[in-house]
Design a protein around this ligand. Structure first.
Ligand code: ADP
Ligand code: MG
Length: 237
């Protein structure tokens, strides 16, 4: 993405963001609350319309007014802090509904893909369960499996473990680590610095709508170059 700007009224939330995510890379995004991390991710899958700038995913200009927004969202999976499952649908139906409606898959194909992805996140035994009967960590793994069922080119994670009880965080991070190893392109907003250090190829520190610093996670974490990065890390590490 290049020269990305986003304003809400008079408030300029993204003030010129340039970032390249290579296929297969995991980019971890850190920064204080209100710095624009969620807005950045939301622009990437068109939940927000950037005010100006360019975003290309696998060479396709996703801000092209001609492009089908549902297709963009299908190709770029997003996982939120609050899992956002459909509460009235079973786990299986949560995974098949968009495959059928957006991708036009047959019921049989959609179920097969859903089962494959539930196995991937270790929840084959929950196909018939409703979200309310699952732990937060299980719901988040279902949300990941749901996004994967659309065969995305890229996955966006916005603080996926922040709403979880501490003992449930590890299982979700394990799933994300496996996904990264499988070669998925990922952008992850997270405060899990251990995960970022181990799995991230690139770390960006955002403050006040710009990327202040970027580099290999271990370099940014152990030897931050900017005072603002140092100040932030001293509060969270
Ligand atoms: P972060 O995820 O880093 O905490 P956000 O991207 O959520 O930051 O928000 C950045 C700024 O944009 C905040 O000041 C927030 O209040 C503002 N903001 C986010 N979404 C909207 C919106 N839909 N309307 C108005 N202001 C918004
Ligand atoms: Mg946020």
């Amino acid at each position: 993405m290049a020269g990305l700007h986003k304003s809400f009224g008079d408030l300029e939330v993204l003030r010129g963001v340039d970032l390249t995510v290579e296929p297969g890379q995991v980019v971890c995004v850190i920064g204080p609350s209100g710095s624009g991390k969620s807005t950045l991710l939301r622009c990437v899958n068109r939940l927000e319309e950037p005010t100006s700038g360019e975003i290309r995913v696998e060479g396709i200009d996703i801000l092209d007014p001609e492009i089908d927004v549902d297709r963009v969202r299908a190709r770029i999976g997003m996982v939120f802090q609050q899992f956002n499952l459909f509460p009235h649908l079973t786990v299986l139906s949560n995974l098949t509904i968009a495959q059928r409606r957006v991708l036009g898959r047959s019921k049989r194909d959609a179920v097969e893909v859903a089962r494959h992805n539930l196995a991937r996140v270790g929840l084959m035994d929950k196909v018939a369960a409703y979200p309310a009967h699952l732990s937060g960590g299980q719901q988040q793994r279902v949300a990941i499996a749901r996004a994967l069922s659309m065969d995305p080119d890229m996955m966006l994670f916005d603080e996926p473990t922040s709403a979880l009880d501490p003992e449930l965080v590890g299982d979700v991070l394990d799933v994300m680590r496996d996904l990264a190893r499988s070669g998925m392109t990922m952008m992850v907003v997270t405060h899990e610095m251990g995960f970022a250090r181990e799995v991230g190829d690139q770390m960006i520190f955002m403050d006040d709508g710009v990327i202040v610093e970027s580099g290999r996670p271990r370099d940014v974490l152990s030897d931050p170059r900017h005072a603002r990065t140092r100040a932030f890390l001293s509060k969270v590490l």
